[in-house]
Design a protein around this ligand. Structure first.
Ligand SMILES: C[S@@+](CC[C@H](N)C(=O)[O-])C[C@H]1O[C@@H](n2cnc3c(N)ncnc32)[C@H](O)[C@@H]1O
Length: 410
């Protein structure tokens, strides 16, 4: 098989230039590598099996789930990141507008009446390095309020709280990994915990109650698609965007989420805790034989010439990826459709054609490949540069195209 054995089709109409990535309920909390809602709408209208349940086995913040629900499809999402699941739950829930507004007013009153000593600061490593003392105190006061109010819509408020815990920390905005701000920025960082929380809640109450409402049920579930894929799930369509590589050199979802996760841990349903970056695709697990995939073997050999260690990381990523695909396809209904949105990254200056490898994995598993659509991405939430060689200070621009692998289970 050559590198281009599955044909690609450039689709300018899917670049959605000038169309915001985060609109409506998706504004409640940013998430790395979010799918574009308009792309999901397109995939649903063009490829979803009529009336089918849609599965997203790497659902992140639940763009597929919400768009499925807005388009009248039931959906199931799987992820290992508790913060992502909380965002997905908050976005996809049905809200009684009056009750949500009442709960918001109740929390606002509690903030105004709150006593500085009523604070619940969880144990967080190096907390003083990442937050100024008055910010720690006020985040603790907000947490205390959320802890002591019985809320029907706790996920909504917890997710806004998680966002404020991140934006009020001393980490650089626009970075997924933790980097502390320095110099003037550090001196000027202001405590806006309460005002930022209230302002974002206010905007989101408007967005959630005035915007389009979900028409079908969504189930975001905690599950590892590689080795704890839930049995007996039934679905006729898969729309997903998996990680593009291991978390060390692509997106560290756990590290990005850690500011919020540290603060929401122990609140309501947020009880499952895992090291997201260690548990995600790319973890060390028993190796399966993938030597029949010639494109992958060739790429691994070329990376190994530059670094045995990096080749091993990539090998483990594809090991987990294949296992997950196997389970996803096995439980997909016959004639069900599958849409995988992927990016082709570079490791040691070698481009990894994840679209081609995905197509060859799927084909082996009984999916006939319909097409690979290519779209330019203008507004994906990705760092502007990454470290594909994993060497400090050495960076390259991240990808500018997304590939959508589409197939049908035969
Ligand atoms: C590209 S992101 C998905 C973003 C999502 N489409 C959105 O719009 O927010 C990939 C997701 O896969 C999750 N993930 C990584 N390894 C996983 C695994 N083995 N099982 C389930 N989820 C996993 C990560 O936590 C991350 O949320």
């Amino acid at each position: 098989m050559t590198l281009d054995s599955f044909k690609r089709e450039m689709r300018d109409d899917l670049s959605f230039r000038g169309k915001l990535l985060r609109t409506g309920r998706h504004r409640i909390h940013p998430y790395p590598a979010m799918l574009h809602p308009l792309l999901v709408d397109h995939l649903i209208s063009r490829y979803a099996v009529k009336d089918s349940t849609i599965l997203d086995p790497f659902c992140g913040s639940g763009v597929t789930l919400l768009q499925s629900s807005l388009n009248g499809h039931a959906s199931i999402g799987l992820d290992i990141n508790p913060l992502a699941l909380a965002i997905a739950r908050a976005k996809t829930a049905s809200y009684d507008a009056d009750l949500l507004k009442r709960e918001f007013r109740g929390i606002r009153d509690c903030i105004f009446d709150s006593h500085p000593d009523d604070s619940d600061v969880p144990a967080i490593r190096n907390i003083e390095y990442w937050y100024k003392p008055d910010v720690i105190r006020d985040l603790g006061r907000l947490r205390f309020i959320l802890q002591h109010n019985r809320l029907t819509y706790s996920d909504f408020f917890i997710v806004v709280f998680a966002l404020i815990a991140r934006t009020q920390s001393l980490t650089k905005s626009g970075e997924f990994k933790r980097y502390r701000i320095k110099g003037k920025k550090l001196l000027l960082a202001k405590n806006e915990v309460f005002s930022a929380f209230l302002s974002h809640c206010h905007k989101m109450v408007e967005a959630f109650t005035n915007g389009a409402q979900p028409l079908a049920n969504s189930r975001p579930l905690y599950a590892n698609s590689e080795d704890h894929f839930p049995q007996h799930l039934e679905y006729g369509t898969v729309i997903t965007s998996p990680p593009y590589g291991d978390s060390r050199t692509t997106v560290a979802y756990g590290q990005f989420s850690s500011f919020g996760s540290d603060w929401i841990k122990g609140l309501e349903q947020i009880s499952l805790y895992v090291n997201v970056d260690a548990a995600g695709l790319g973890k060390r697990s028993p190796l399966i034989d993938l030597s029949s995939f010639s494109v992958l073997s060739e790429i691994l050999a070329r990376i190994a010439e530059a670094s045995e260690k990096r080749a091993k990381d990539v090998r483990y990523f594809f090991n987990g990826y294949f296992k997950a695909l196997k389970r996803i396809v096995a439980q997909l209904a016959d004639n069900g459709t599958i849409c995988f949105v992927v990016g082709n990254r570079t490791v040691k200056d070698i481009s990894i054609p994840l679209d081609q490898i995905t197509a060859s994995f799927l084909q082996t598993l009984g999916v006939s490949i319909d097409s690979i659509l290519v779209r330019n991405i203008h507004n994906k939430v990705m760092p502007a540069v990454n470290s594909p060689t994993n060497e400090r200070g050495k960076t390259s621009r991240t990808m500018h195209s997304e590939y959508i692998v589409i197939g049908v289970k035969r």
